[in-house]
Design a protein around this ligand. Structure first.
Ligand SMILES: [Zn+2]
Length: 247
C-alpha cells in the first residue's frame, strides 16, 4: 500500500514533491529582487531534498510547476492513461470542471485493466465491488457523479463540479488502481514465490533423504520435513487469506 499523500503547503518542512512524487524534506528560501538594493518579494522557492527540483510559490500558491498540488498518478496506472491524468493535474487549478470531465473519461478507460468491459460504468463498478473493491468507493463515486442516478456522462463538462470533487476524483483513480491492479498482482507474486519456495524445499528434502538413507537417517530427516510441511501450509494460507481480504 502506498503512503498517505501529503499535499505541498507553504512553509511545510516535508510533503510529497510535486516534481518527483517523493515524500521529502523541503528547504525554503525567499526570493529577492536584485536591483540597487535587495528587495523582498512575495515569491519563495522550496527545494526538494529528494530530486533537487525547486517549486516556486507566490504567497501560499504554487506558480511553477503549473500542476496543482495533486498526488501524481499511481505508478501502476496504465501508461496509455498517464497523459490524461497529467493533463487533468495541469489544469485542475484553473478549471476543476474540465479536470473532473477528463477524470471521468479516464475512470471509464481504466475499467478494462481490472477486467471490466469499460462500456457501462455503473455495471463495471458494481462488478468491482462484488470482486472486493470497498463499497465506500462506489458511494464516493456516486457522490462525485461518476456512477449512480445523477452520473455525468464521461467527457461532459458539469457546471456543478467543484474543486473538491475534482480532487476526490484524482484520489479515487489512484485508489482503484492500487486496490484492483497493484494488490492482486502483489498477492499473485507472493503466492508464486511461496509456491516456488515450497517446490524447492520438497526437492531439497527428497534429495537429503536419498543421500542419508536408512531408518535412523529417515528419522533424523523427519523433523525437517515436518518443519517444511508446516511452512508450506502456512505460507499459501497467508497468501490466500490476504487474497480473500483483497478480492
Ligand atoms: Zn522531488
Amino acid at each position: 500500500m502506498r503512503s498517505k499523500y501529503v499535499a505541498p503547503a507553504k512553509d511545510a518542512k516535508q510533503f510529497h514533491c510535486i516534481h518527483c512524487g517523493a515524500y521529502a524534506h523541503q528547504d525554503w528560501n525567499p526570493l529577492h529582487l536584485h536591483t540597487e538594493t535587495m528587495r523582498a518579494t512575495s515569491f519563495s522557492g522550496s527545494s526538494c531534498a529528494h530530486c533537487g527540483n525547486i517549486t516556486f510559490w507566490y504567497g501560499e500558491r504554487i506558480i511553477v510547476p503549473s500542476e496543482a498540488p495533486v498526488e501524481p498518478a499511481h505508478p501502476d496506472l496504465p501508461e496509455a492513461l498517464k497523459p490524461d491524468f497529467d493533463e487533468a493535474r495541469g489544469i485542475v487549478a484553473r478549471s476543476p470542471r474540465a479536470a473532473a470531465a477528463l477524470l471521468r473519461v479516464l475512470i471509464q478507460k481504466l475499467m478494462p485493466d481490472p477486467g471490466q468491459k469499460g462500456e457501462n460504468l455503473n455495471e463495471d463498478i458494481r462488478n468491482l465491488v462484488a470482486a472486493g473493491l470497498p463499497a465506500s468507493v462506489q458511494q464516493a463515486l456516486d457522490h462525485c457523479r461518476v456512477v449512480g442516478n445523477n452520473a455525468v456522462h464521461p467527457g461532459e463538462i458539469d457546471l456543478n463540479d467543484t474543486p473538491e470533487i475534482a480532487h476526490q476524483l484524482f484520489a479515487m483513480v489512484n485508489f482503484i488502481v492500487d486496490d484492483r491492479i497493484t494488490r492482486p498482482r502483489e498477492i499473485a507474486a507472493l503466492y508464486e514465490s511461496s509456491a516456488r519456495a515450497s517446490l524447492g524445499g520438497k526437492q531439497a528434502s527428497s534429495r537429503s533423504i536419498k543421500q542419508l538413507g536408512g531408518v535412523g537417517s529417515r528419522t533424523s530427516a523427519r523433523p525437517s520435513l515436518d518443519c517444511h510441511r508446516s511452512r508450506t501450509h502456512s505460507l499459501p494460507a497467508t497468501a490466500s487469506d490476504r487474497e480473500h481480504r483483497a478480492l
